[in-house]
Write a protein that binds this ligand. Structure first.
Ligand SMILES: [Zn+2]
Ligand SMILES: [Zn+2]
Length: 170
């Protein structure tokens, strides 16, 4: 995601545009593996102000996600926007990316923004029922009989109550 910006540097204020479709290898971020099911589509506009560039745009990609409820792998469309500044020699406290003498490389910036915008909680569908907490079956596919049984297992007096109740009845 590198491109020449010599022409725009000669005409501050005039916007240039950049588009790319990049196949990205698996990324790792905070111990998480991020896999892509499609190339990353990036569109950006960039303007030179005499000192640096402001780069603004958006990106779209399909993530290989895992459902937080049922654990199933599924493809999740994901998009995010970015706006960052590039200067030649950013200081340690500048929130700017470095640029070459006549070149911008926006790959690191795009990935930083991708990581920051990643969905925290992916679900395969809004009404995914998830897994049974007792037997682990996929409740989207089967309806197990655990729900009632779980209450009795949690309450040690359940059996006693049943006995007492039956005694009264008799
Ligand atoms: Zn699910
Ligand atoms: Zn169950």
């Amino acid at each position: 995601m590198k491109f020449n910006v010599a022409a725009e540097m000669k005409q501050p204020g005039r916007a240039g545009s950049y588009e790319a479709l990049e196949t990205c290898p698996t990324q790792s971020y905070l111990g998480r593996q991020i896999e892509f099911a499609s190339p990353l589509a990036v569109r950006a506009a960039y303007v030179y102000d005499g000192e640096g560039f402001t780069v603004k745009g958006e990106a779209q990609v399909t993530l290989c996600s895992e459902c937080a409820r049922c654990g199933k792998s599924f493809e999740e469309p994901f998009g995010f926007a970015f706006e960052e500044r590039f200067v030649k020699n950013p200081g340690p406290d500048d929130e700017c990316y470095p640029m070459g003498s006549e070149e911008l490389d926006i790959a690191k910036m795009v990935f930083d923004n991708l990581f920051l915008n990643l969905p925290l909680h992916s679900v395969c569908s809004e009404d995914c029922k998830g897994l049974c907490p007792v037997c682990g079956c996929d409740l989207n596919l089967v309806q197990c009989a655990c729900v009632g049984a779980e209450d009795k297992a949690i309450n040690p007096f359940a059996k006693l109550e049943t006995l007492l109740y039956h005694d009264k009845e008799v």
